[in-house]
Design a protein around this ligand. Structure first.
Ligand SMILES: Cc1cc2nc3c(=O)[nH]c(=O)nc-3n(C[C@H](O)[C@H](O)[C@H](O)COP(=O)(O)OP(=O)(O)OC[C@H]3O[C@@H](n4cnc5c(N)ncnc54)[C@H](O)[C@@H]3O)c2cc1C
Length: 484
């Protein structure tokens, strides 16, 4: 048997790579992690989830300060924000979390960490800074980067992406956002709340295109009311550096050119897998525009090389990367044939209100040819929502023909947390009757989960047939009041 330096080598020290590394090292596998940047943690920690959610929180607090009157508080004059102070807070949160992802911690767990750019020499060996490292198995977990569209003039126009946006020297007066996916929309709302005039350019007729239109439109309406301007059904024709400002020419659905000017352009038009320079073609590993091609065990066509996280182009979330890391661990170290199953993978867009989803929405069910029914409850009928002044939004529960839940979407305050109850219900195959009869604390937003299940069940329980049966068996006297 060939004698390799390591049992498992991992390229990329982000969410997926570090999940594999900590598991493998603690299980006694000789583990190598190679990270291209100067620190571990990946996009989520440095340029993604952590800074964006920190910024969103700051923007939320500022928004509340400006809107205290809605809560019976006196009006106050709020000072403009100093973005450098916000940036400092973001850096401090990153710094705190960075400690969990330090080289020392992984060394203590037993994994060796190396920094630098590496290239595959063959399917078992990489070259890093002139030295070769061989491993029985490899995991490619190199993540993704912002996709830069081939727009005329963009290369010569200043623009930012998620890598720069948290570290601006000052708050831009205006921002043109190219794209309307979760990253674009979260940042559009946060900057608008902080005082930037934000315009969003979107090719299609809705934002957040993975979501059902009714839910995405409600998010758009909230942002629109707060001041964000949306240009739907438009394409970007060209951009230009116009000195103090940047210029974006768009074409509307009717073919009219419109010239927009802004302090800054944010490009948020999807993600490209980080595969450049790895030498994958030379060793015959297959990939396409989306990312690395993998089977359900997350093996590439070179069976000793696995992939996890954004680099596969599948579900580009930190929790998906962690989940896939676990699958790679089982397959690569234990040779246990575990498959990925994304049926109930949840996700959330952290606008205010948040839009969370698990399983199929109407769009996905229709595409799959599934006949479904939709059950809804609105937050305006939830006591806690009213008390909190957060009554926008609703829950949508999708049932298949057999009346089994196949998906849930929640638009509302803290819906990312509320959807977690459905994670347990759907993964665990818990019956809707169990959810409906389980006692939830009052008053909580989570009561909406119980209520939507109850609404569905009550249509069965309180049917004419059941009523007639009960009347017959228990000699019930029926209605005591005439108004129906
Ligand atoms: C603005 C923004 C907000 C987001 N918010 C959320 C959120 O709220 N919730 C959520 O679930 N997800 C969110 N995401 C997505 C999330 O950040 C990613 O899905 C997650 O980071 C993917 O993990 P990963 O391990 O695949 O990649 P990463 O975490 O990016 O790790 C990849 C690592 O590989 C390194 N690397 C790259 N090339 C090489 C190479 N050749 N050799 C060695 N190392 C290399 C990179 O430097 C990086 O450290 C957000 C993303 C963005 C951009």
């Amino acid at each position: 048997m060939a004698n390799y330096d390591f049992d498992i080598g991992i390229l990329g020290g982000g969410a997926a790579g570090l999940t594999i590394a900590s598991g493998a090292a603690q299980l006694g596998a000789k583990t190598l992690v190679v990270e291209k940047d100067k620190e571990l943690g990946g996009d989520c920690l440095h340029f993604g989830c952590v800074p964006s959610k920190t910024l969103i929180r700051t923007a939320h607090v500022y928004h509340l300060m400006k809107n205290g009157m809605r809560f019976g508080l006196p009006a106050m004059e709020v000072q403009p924000v100093d973005f450098q102070e916000i940036s400092k807070r973001i850096q401090s949160v990153i710094g705190t979390i960075q400690k969990h992802d330090s080289e020392e911690r992984f060394c203590k767990l037993g994994a060796r960490v190396e920094f630098g750019e590496s290239v595959f020499v063959d399917e078992h060996t990489i070259r890093l800074k002139g030295k070769e490292y061989s491993s029985k198995t490899w995991a490619i977990a190199t993540g993704s980067s912002p996709s830069i569209p081939p727009v005329e003039g963009l290369n010569n126009t200043p623009y930012i992406t998620n890598r720069e946006i948290y570290f601006l020297k000052k708050l831009p007066k205006s921002m043109i956002v190219l794209g309307a996916g979760p990253i674009a929309i979260e940042m559009a709302q946060a900057f608008n709340r902080l005082g930037t005039k934000v315009s969003v350019i979107q090719r299609g007729d809705q934002i957040l295109t993975k979501e059902d239109k009714d839910m995405a439109d409600q998010v758009m309406n909230v942002l629109n009311e707060e001041g964000v301007i949306f240009y739907l059904n438009t394409s970007v024709v060209s951009t230009r550096d116009a000195g103090e400002e940047s210029e974006v020419v768009i074409k509307t659905g009717e073919g009219q050119p419109v010239v927009l000017r802004g302090d800054i352009i944010l490009v948020a038009m999807g993600r490209d897998a980080n595969l450049d320079g790895l030498g994958l073609k030379a060793i015959g590993v297959e990939f396409d525009k989306r990312g690395l091609k993998v089977d359900r065990r997350l093996r590439t066509n070179q069976k000793n090389i696995f992939a996890a996280g954004d680099v596969t182009g599948e579900y580009q979330f930190t929790h998906a990367a962690g989940y896939e890391g676990g699958i790679v661990l089982s397959n690569a170290i234990f040779h246990l044939p575990r498959h990925v199953d994304y049926t109930f993978l949840p996700w959330c867009t952290y606008t205010d209100p948040e839009l969370a989803s698990i399983g199929m929405n109407e769009r996905a069910a229709t595409a799959a040819g599934i006949r479904y029914s939709v059950w809804t409850e609105e937050f305006k009928d939830n006591d806690r929502s009213l008390a909190e002044g957060e009554q926008i939004g609703k829950i949508k529960m999708i049932l298949d023909e057999k009346e089994k839940p196949i998906g849930v979407q929640i638009l509302g305050s803290r819906s990312g947390d509320l959807v977690s109850e459905w994670v347990a219900i759907l993964y665990g195959g818990v019956k809707l009757s169990t959810l409906a009869s389980a006692v939830h604390p009052y008053p909580t937003l989570a009561e909406i989960n119980k209520k939507v299940a109850g609404t569905f069940l009550s249509t069965k329980l309180f049917s004419d047939r059941v009523r007639k049966g009960l009347k017959f068996f228990f000699h019930l006297k029926g209605r005591a009041c005439g108004i129906n």
